[in-house]
Design a protein around this ligand. Structure first.
Ligand SMILES: Cc1ncc(COP(=O)(O)O)c(C=O)c1O
Length: 412
């Protein structure tokens, strides 16, 4: 007899549907399509040779340890390295504040497991990171949204949203995925004050903070929170759970990231992680530790910044040249994405259909809005393609938009 699997799946799987857009994006995996769809780093900057050397060192000097089970909270020297690195930002943290996770995506899932009861409201920016919604939908989360503008989450309307009693606030302050927008310093301060006033914790997701290629570095929310509370000495006990990752500064294939949080939160997340995967791969942690030693990371991040800056500039210049004047877009100072806004009557999903025929792809913005909206928006990734490919892709996309808007296709 054929097993009726659908009837056996847990209720939580009902919100794990794959969207129509995801189906469309599958078409974009073909090699002749120029894709601005994914969030992939430039493969050209992966430090392959350094990894090769580090693998050899780890296996030669620590082979049995690297191949053995390890501690759930992570490889101690890596946690200490991250604590030192975090302290450079002015946050006094110890290894007890650090949990290593299998990507920040796992940290988001663990936060769901630890904090979210069915029906709990999470306060998010709209639009926000799709992967967080995917992780938390499974735990039955509902969302209170706060709109974004060019200075990030609009803190003028945050107070009203906080009155809904959210479990926590999820914020992406630097070069947000999907918009590329950065939360201003004044708004960071206001966010901390309001969160404190309403007694609501903040989850700060910061995969891109180090990838700033223009303008001044802004302190992370976790650091401002620490200052707000009069500086913890040695171990952080504040109101922020901070996430970052090696995915965008080394390589996403490592599946290696970290959480900075008060020890009691780390402790609970460790218990949740034990049930998920026991621990993040020992070998990977030791190799990442070896690669990052001795200042390599600082030097490597400089290379990534200059590569992405060039690609962002190529995208912005091509959009100026090939997009209809009715289209608006953000000017990110770092990160991997920018955000386009089409005229209100245009649906980005319709543009995507034409774009795929023209062999170019992007992600329509609607799914990033948990409570709806954004049908006329689009996320474009500029880190993955070379500047030449970006120019050609944007030319094709400009043609696709012109086709939908109804103006004549330009002859270039
Ligand atoms: C905002 C945000 N959070 C988390 C992640 C997941 O990162 P990781 O590769 O560490 O799982 C991403 C990946 O693109 C992201 O953009």
């Amino acid at each position: 007899m054929h097993t009726p699997w659908e009837k056996r799946f847990a209720q939580r799987t009902q919100r794990m549907s794959s969207s129509a857009i995801r189906e469309l994006l599958k078409l974009t995996e073909k090699p002749d399509i120029i894709s601005f769809g994914g969030g992939m780093p430039a493969p050209e900057v992966f430090p392959v040779a350094e990894f090769q050397d580090a693998c050899q060192v780890v296996l030669r000097d620590f082979g049995p340890k690297a191949l053995q089970y390890g501690a759930t909270d992570g490889y101690r020297p890596l946690r200490e390295q991250i604590a030192r690195h975090t302290s450079r930002y002015g946050i006094d943290v110890s290894a007890d504040n650090i949990l290593i996770t299998s990507g920040s995506q796992q940290a988001l899932d663990l936060l769901g497991k630890v904090f979210i009861n069915r029906g709990d409201h999470i306060l998010v920016e709209s639009p926000t990171y799709l992967g967080a919604l995917q992780a938390w939908n499974a735990y039955g989360a509902e969302y209170v949204t706060v709109p974004m503008d060019k200075s990030g989450m609009n803190t003028d309307v945050l107070e009203e949203a906080l009155r809904a009693g959210p479990k926590f606030i999820y914020v992406l302050p630097n070069f947000q995925n999907p918009t590329g927008v950065t939360l201003s310093i004044n708004r960071r301060q206001r966010l901390i004050e309001l969160a404190d006033q309403y007694g609501v914790p903040i989850v700060e997701d910061d995969p891109y903070g180090q990838l700033r290629f223009e303008g001044e570095h802004l302190p992370p929310v976790v650091m401002l929170d620490d200052v707000f509370r009069g500086n913890s000495h040695g171990t952080y006990h504040g109101n922020v759970i901070y996430l970052s990752t090696f995915s965008k500064i080394l390589a996403p294939g490592l599946r290696l990231a970290w959480v900075v949080a008060p020890p009691e939160v780390i402790h609970k997340m460790v218990q949740a992680k034990q049930g998920a995967d026991l621990h993040t791969a020992s070998f990977t942690q030791m190799v990442a530790h070896e690669v990052s030693r001795g200042g390599f990371l600082d030097q490597h991040i400089k290379l990534i910044r200059s590569t992405y800056r060039e690609r962002r500039d190529a995208m912005l210049a091509s959009m100026d040249r090939f997009f209809p004047p009715e289209v608006d877009w953000t000017h990110p100072e770092g990160g991997l994405f920018l955000w386009g806004t089409l005229p209100k009557h245009i649906n980005a999903a319709d543009v995507l259909k034409v774009a795929i025929e023209q062999k170019v792809a992007f992600v329509p913005g609607e799914p990033f809005h948990p409570n709806g909206g954004g049908h006329n928006t689009m996320r474009l990734n500029f880190s993955y393609c070379t500047p030449e490919t970006i120019q050609e892709g944007i030319r094709r996309l400009g043609d696709a938009i012109y086709q939908i808007i109804g103006s004549p296709v330009r002859v270039s």
